[in-house]
Ligand binder design. Structure first.
Ligand SMILES: Nc1ncnc2c1ncn2[C@@H]1O[C@H](COP(=O)(O)OP(=O)(O)OP(=O)(O)O)[C@@H](O)[C@H]1O
Ligand SMILES: [Mg+2]
Length: 160
């Protein structure tokens, strides 16, 4: 894997920053975000256990009318879905990633540098292998509001 890519300067554009007061608001935001994504896009999700990463991905897959319902791939690492338009969507969850060797066996570059859409939970665990051009979705709990989340969506692009 080419880790030098991480050295490329990147521009960050905030696409959304705000609070989603309910799960349904998060789902509505995810459905709008679904329209922004194209084959080849990689989306890294950040947020603690239960912050809503899988929930957000489920809403994306509903918006794309995937043939399969998105489920947490915690024990398999990768789930594959297909959108109504025939785009392959790969849903990764690296929470239980045990070793770098396990990562090498997956052949991540094949997924990330292709015309698929890749959605990555616990992206922090594979930070150095993420492509510099990517979306990032941050989900955070808000104190005293169990059903609310602070959400930030950023687009990162290399620039010369
Ligand atoms: N505003 C909100 N946005 C998103 N999810 C919410 C919100 N309010 C409540 N929830 C609930 O929080 C839960 C989030 O669970 P989810 O499995 O998506 O978390 P996760 O980030 O994928 O956790 P893990 O790290 O274990 O994979 C869901 O049950 C969802 O209904
Ligand atoms: Mg999850």
């Amino acid at each position: 894997m080419n880790q030098d890519r991480q050295q490329t300067p990147v521009a960050e554009t905030i696409w959304f920053r705000g609070n989603c007061a309910t799960a349904e608001e998060t789902a509505t935001l995810a459905r709008k975000f679904a329209d922004m994504l194209q084959p080849g896009d990689v989306v890294a999700f950040y947020g603690n256990l239960g912050s809503g990463k899988t929930y957000f991905i489920k809403a994306l897959c509903q918006a794309w009318q995937c043939a399969q319902e998105a489920t947490s791939p915690t024990f398999t690492i990768i789930n594959e879905y297909t959108t109504r338009q025939g785009v392959f969507v790969y849903h990764f969850d690296f929470y239980r990633l045990e070793s770098e060797a396990e990562l090498m066996n997956l052949g991540l570059e094949e997924f990330f540098y292709n015309d698929y859409i890749c959605l990555i939970e616990w992206a922090d665990k594979i930070e150095k292998y993420l492509p510099p051009q990517r979306w990032e979705v941050y989900l955070d709990f808000l104190p005293e509001h169990p059903d609310a989340r602070a959400v930030k969506i950023v687009k990162r692009e290399p620039h010369e």
